[in-house]
Design a binder for this molecule. Sequence first.
Ligand code: 5GP
Length: 144
Amino acid sequence: MGQLYDDNNIFAKILRGEIPSHKLYEDADTYAFMDVMPQGKGHCLAITKSPYRNILDATPDSLAAMIATTQKLARAVKAAFDADGVTVMQFNEPASGQTVFHLHFHVVPRFEGVALKPHTGQMEDNAVLAANAEKIRVALSQIR
Ligand code: 5GP
């Protein structure tokens, strides 16, 4: 049997509006927002609205919804920052590097010659996150 879902994880609190987030996108099954400790400019996250811990307990349908939102974010961040590429990451259980136990995909715009910063490193300035979020929202409104 796998590990249990904990309702008090930080992303569950974000979904309930108990903790603020820079919202980018939302549909019936998913929610997207800025990562507060970005590994690169424009690092954002897609999460499920349903309470899944990670890919190990999620349903195929919920994963399909997640990957659709992840693709939207990938296209939007590439356009928003004129990125050369996009890295998508997803971690399952502590041994893999997962630190928040609510299913999520990381989407990070990439630039030639620029390495990723450490995972869960430094907090970004709120004004920078807000400005980057606005650029991504504009790009999301302009792409299919
Ligand atoms: P994981 O290690 O579980 O794959 O990634 C969790 C991610 O959530 C990390 O990239 C971390 O920076 C981000 N994160 C942790 N706490 C918060 C928070 O309170 N708000 C937001 N927006 N992101 C968070």
